[in-house]
Design a protein around this ligand. Structure first.
Ligand SMILES: Nc1ncnc2c1ncn2[C@@H]1O[C@H](COP(=O)(O)OP(=O)(O)OP(=O)(O)O)[C@@H](O)[C@H]1O
Ligand SMILES: [Mg+2]
Length: 501
């Protein structure tokens, strides 16, 4: 086996958590896994940093003096005394299928070896039939995540804008869609703020994909009660009671054989209520609140999404890109999120992953009540979902604004490049098992490189995300490309007008 170097003694290392080794020739990389044979078994660690050491440059005063005279390199064999040293964070001892805590530090002078794929597979929980997200950085091993370990509890994908969150989510979706039914398949529901997953409809997976256009999504009034409506618009307790009476009576009539009520019916019923004639201070604001809801064009006689489309191995894209009003988007997520969760509890729909793009907009840590419409259901699924096979995949470029209740329930995290210090600090605090050197490495990740932490993998791993098989998002195109397409489109229009005239 190839030796990478030899363990050296520094004032504090080797200890049970860390050792340093001087690098032999050849390449070693930050994030690479290494092993050291020991009496307890192979000690496994990750290279957390690489630095140069040179005794000729240790003392500031001598370096300053010699460099004034310009005689360092000409008079001393400085390059012969230059070493590359790697710092290694110890994970533990590899024994059978798991890691045990090391109780004795690795020995000075021991040879440091490359960790073998077979060893890594055991404790990284690699499942040959799992979800293939990419390759372990600086190794050749494919990272195939165990479905239950990834989704039994929830997943958060966090990174700054443009670092590849949606791309990675697309990879995960492809894996879920390709999964064989004999292995157990989940359904995917994607809350797609920017229409980034609509492209799945034109891909090889098209038969498994439903795209629901935001503007056409409706919520059936007959499934709502006064408390739903009052949580979506501002109304007093008295107004809510009046609303409750009218709505219940309309629903009762519908049950007795009439048409399901519409929001217009409800508004008319309140307008015609003579008992409210003397209570204009109740009726006025109530009608105005209902008028605001009607303006949104979201509430209709019946639901437009039938839960039966949520079936195993399918992707349902709720494309909210055509809606500008965040409250309307939140209402859709609040209503259908609750509906699907209820259906799942009853066993009417299969286990599912609800993927929420821009999760900080749907489940904000500090949100005014009027802007926290979908937060309760997301937090409920975060807390209770795992008992019922309802998982969340929360995607956010501003983790600092994401609900800590929801984030703390995400037992696996995939982090791509983040440079904002507030977000980094927040990630460090909310992800278990992330140390400061790993956290700092996040700032230097390139597009397509990710850090996976938590239950899905035994120890934090850096991964090169695999290429997507299906079409990528339109929004991923470069600005030049979008600008060119815009001009070309306009040119065609102008030519057509000219030809017509
Ligand atoms: N693993 C990868 N391999 C190749 N290209 C990638 C990879 N990951 C991301 N990209 C490219 O990088 C660009 C940005 O990716 P993406 O849209 O997924 O970022 P994002 O984090 O979702 O950004 P935003 O926060 O703005 O939604 C896209 O052009 C995408 O094709
Ligand atoms: Mg995105």
């Amino acid at each position: 086996m190839e030796a990478l170097g030899t363990i050296i003694s520094t004032p504090e290392t080797p200890n049970t958590l860390e050792f340093h080794f001087v690098i032999k020739e050849g390449k070693v990389h930050k994030g690479q896994f290494v092993q050291v044979p020991s009496s307890e078994g192979p000690v496994l660690g990750t290279i957390s940093e690489i630095y140069r050491a040179n005794r000729y440059f240790e003392r500031a005063e001598s370096v300053a003096e010699y460099s004034k005279l310009g005689i360092i390199s000409s008079n001393f064999p400085v390059s012969e005394w230059e070493y590359m040293v790697a710092r290694v964070r110890v994970h533990g001892i590899i024994s059978q299928n798991f890691l045990t805590r090391s109780s004795i530090p690795a020995k000075c002078g021991s040879e440091v070896l490359k960790a073998e794929d077979e060893q890594l597979k055991k404790f990284l929980h690699i499942d040959e039939k799992g979800l293939h997200v990419g390759t372990l950085l600086h190794h050749t091993m494919q990272i195939k995540l165990h479905l239950s370990k990834l989704f039994q509890k929830h997943l958060a994908i966090l990174a700054m804008s443009g670092s590849g969150k949606s791309y990675l989510a697309g990879v995960l979706m492809e894996e879920l869609l390709e999964r064989d039914s004999s292995l157990g398949r989940m359904a995917i529901i994607a809350i797609d703020n920017h229409g980034e997953y609509v492209g799945f409809k034109d891909s090889a997976y098209r038969k498994q994909v439903n795209v629901l256009e935001g503007k056409k999504i409706k919520i059936g009034l007959r499934h709502l009660n006064a408390s739903h409506l009052s949580s979506w618009s501002n109304m007093s307790a008295v107004a809510r009671r009046a609303l409750d009476l009218h709505l219940s009576s309309l629903k009762k009539k519908a049950k007795e054989g009439g048409e399901p009520p519409s929001l217009d019916d409800l508004i008319k019923s309140i307008q015609n209520d003579e008992t409210l004639n003397k209570k204009e201070n109740v009726r006025g604001p109530l009608l105005s609140a209902l008028g605001d809801l009607a303006y949104m064009r979201l509430i209709a006689k019946s639901d437009s999404i039938n839960s039966s489309i949520i079936s195993p191995g399918t992707l349902t894209v709720i494309d909210l890109s055509s809606i500008d009003d965040l409250r309307k988007k939140q209402m859709i997520v609040a209503y259908y999120g609750r509906k699907f969760f209820r259906q799942r509890k009853k066993g009417a729909i299969p286990p599912y992953v609800m993927l929420v793009e821009e999760a900080h907009n749907f489940c904000r840590e500090r949100a005014e009540k009027s802007m926290a419409l979908s937060k309760p259901i997301i937090e409920t699924i975060a807390r209770e979902g795992r008992k019922f096979g309802a998982s969340l995949c929360l995607i956010s470029q501003r983790p600092v604004h994401l609900s800590t209740t929801a984030l703390s329930q995400c037992n696996s995290n995939i982090i791509l490049r983040v440079t904002n210090p507030f977000d980094l600090k927040h990630i460090g605090e909310s992800c278990e098992g992330i140390d400061s050197t790993t956290l700092n490495s996040i700032t230097s990740l390139r597009v397509g490189e990710a850090l996976i932490i938590g239950e899905a993998v035994g120890v934090p791993v850096f991964v090169n995300v695999r290429k997507r098989k299906s079409k990528t998002a339109v929004r991923g195109e470069s600005l030049e490309q979008i600008a060119k397409e815009f001009e070309e489109k306009n040119k065609i229009k102008e030519d057509e007008i000219e030809a017509f005239l």
